[in-house]
Design a protein around this ligand. Structure first.
Ligand code: ADP
Length: 538
């Protein structure tokens, strides 16, 4: 058989040659649309590839993007990896301290900054040593920005030459449990294979006739691979910019058929989508992941709007797709309620992904049965799963000796292979589909001289999935002891603000005399949750 490297250049070439007339539509900040087709995108990607090379970027160099979902970001998604450099999308929601740390570790040589984030970028620009910064503005596809000037002045053709499919193509950071960022380096091979697997009919199932809207940001786990899967399939793409003011309007105006985002987005968009039910008739499927999709929301979309909900589970470490919840043929005869119950599970492994449930023993792990009841640590492996973190040796905390990834999720798997997450062993809170490290917040709170103990737990929240709650024991004679609880909470929030993003800051602080402990003297987070979860209101 022919044996040549599997690379993203093949996806780009296929999209251009076979689907050149397909559209990429970007919602601009002024509410109008920028539209062009794959051929126009292809020509710009070639020029961009030459321009980036001219700037001195070599094979293996990291090039960051600090941008929302726009056509320029899509161009960078191809141009950077296709010259052999490494695309590093930065999460715009992280704090300046976290971003500076990530950029330093990644040693990014060049950063492309969306003008919408130019001010935000200035807050950490001086803290990073990056050779060059290039601004672009989604509003202008003429030569009014340096980005456009570069494209205009660059040579038009580029001969892709990725010689080894194991060359790195992308770098995404995920939040470590201690709050430290962890890089995951994807290769051309892993992303190519992920693209093929993730777009099977029983997985994303995107076809040439689809119009795909990735609401999931392009800085979050490679937008779940949709920029590659959609273009390989030849679908039209709609890019929503930062956050569309009205998702329902965007879907109606652009005829979106498949959209992807976290449950919080779909909970928020539901009332408006319901109002415009007739205008969004073409919408056939939502791909939902990042956190659990509540059963009530699945029911609302499927029953009231006739939109199929596909609940997915994955991790940045897995490129990111791991499981996908679709019904089997034998489920056809079930009642709707029974079907929704199955769909609320995180789903079955996509082809190429292996799952196992494990329990830790004194000499390693034993495998647990797939009976839908036994809870175990979820472990995975696949050709698109990381075998170590960037610049780190694989540690026993994350990887087993037989080279499976320990996900930190606790789950059951039933006899049909449907996996359901029941708990999280890792100290991460999931809010709006993003991770918040409880350990990092606790450590930061303890820096205040009047805080004796601090525990942060994730309280169930209707809108965000979970929100952090801080439970604090103050020293009895501290400087703040004569203040009201509200004042002390404000002081502590202030302290956290300099270090962490806004969405990490606990909405609520509770001051107690004592924190419940487990038999081994650790903070008993389960007991704390039981004490506060039902009563706490924001
Ligand atoms: P992503 O948000 O793209 O899935 P992250 O790396 O940010 O990737 O987070 C991965 C973690 O998110 C998982 O280990 C799991 O705890 C949680 N998660 C992802 N999808 C789901 C889901 N469908 N249901 C419950 N938790 C999920």
């Amino acid at each position: 058989m022919m044996n040549y490297p599997l690379t993203l250049a093949q996806i780009l070439e296929h999209a251009h040659r076979i689907h050149g007339d397909k559209q990429v539509t970007t919602l601009l900040p002024d509410g109008t649309f920028h539209r062009y087709n794959y051929t126009a995108l292809y020509e710009r990607v070639q020029r961009l590839a030459n321009a980036i090379t001219q700037l001195g970027i070599h094979c293996g160099d990291r090039v960051a993007t600090y941008a929302s979902n726009t056509y320029q970001h899509l161009e960078l998604y191809y141009a950077i990896p296709c010259i052999g450099a490494v695309l590093h999308p930065l999460n715009v929601r992280l704090s300046p301290v976290q971003l500076a740390q990530i950029i330093r570790e990644a040693e990014d040589k060049l950063i492309f900054v969306d003008n919408a984030f130019a001010e935000q970028f200035k807050t950490f620009e001086s803290k990073v040593e990056c050779d060059q910064v290039i601004n672009f503005d989604p509003m202008f596809a003429d030569t009014r920005t340096l980005y456009e000037q570069l494209i205009a002045e660059a040579t038009p053709e580029y001969a892709w030459d990725i010689r080894d499919e194991n060359w790195a193509m992308g770098l995404c950071y995920t939040s470590g449990t201690q709050g430290e960022p962890r890089g995951v380096l994807y290769t051309h091979r892993s992303m190519f294979l992920h693209t093929l697997a993730a777009n099977q009919t029983d997985v994303f199932g995107v076809t040439e006739a689809d119009v795909v809207l990735p609401i999931v940001p392009m800085f979050h786990a490679m937008a779940w691979g949709l920029p590659y899967a959609s273009m390989f399939a030849g679908a039209d793409i709609v890019l929503p910019g930062i956050k569309p003011p009205c998702i329902a309007k965007l879907i109606a105006e652009t005829g979106v058929t498949v959209a992807a985002g976290v449950p919080t987005i779909w909970a928020e968009a539901y009332p408006e989508l319901r109002k415009r039910r007739t205008d969004i008739r073409r919408l056939r499927r939502l791909i939902v992941g990042g956190e659990a999709m509540p059963l009530s929301l699945i029911e609302a979309y499927e029953k009231e709007l006739g939109v199929e909900i596909c609940h997915a589970w994955g991790m940045t470490e897995m490129s990111p797709t791991g499981t996908f919840s679709k019904l089997r043929g034998v489920h056809r005869s079930l009642s709707d309620a029974e079907k929704w119950k199955i769909k609320a599970k995180q789903g079955r492994p996509i082809p190429g992904v292996e799952l196992r449930l494990a329990a830790e023993t004194s000499n390693g792990f034993t495998e647990l049965p797939w009976d839908g009841e036994t809870i175990g640590e979820l472990q995975v492996r696949s050709p698109w799963t990381a075998n170590s973190y960037y610049k780190a040796e694989p540690s026993a905390e994350h990887f087993t000796t037989d080279k499976w990834l320990r996900t930190g999720d606790m789950a059951t798997i039933d006899a049909d292979g449907y996996m359901q997450i029941v708990d999280r062993a890792k100290a991460l809170i999931r809010s709006g589909g993003e991770s918040i490290s409880s350990v990092a917040l606790e450590t930061a709170l303890l820096k205040h001289p009047d805080v004796r103990e601090a525990v942060v737990v994730g309280i169930p929240d209707e809108k965000w999935g979970e929100r952090p709650l801080a439970v604090v024991v103050l020293t009895p004679i501290g400087a703040v002891s004569n203040r009201t609880d509200a004042d002390i909470a404000d002081i502590l929030k202030q302290q956290l603000t300099s270090e962490f993003p806004k969405f990490w800051i606990p909405d609520k602080f509770v001051f107690v005399d004592e924190i419940p402990k487990t038999s081994v003297g650790k903070s008993d987070k389960r007991a704390i949750l039981q004490m506060f979860a039902p009563t706490v209101r924001r």
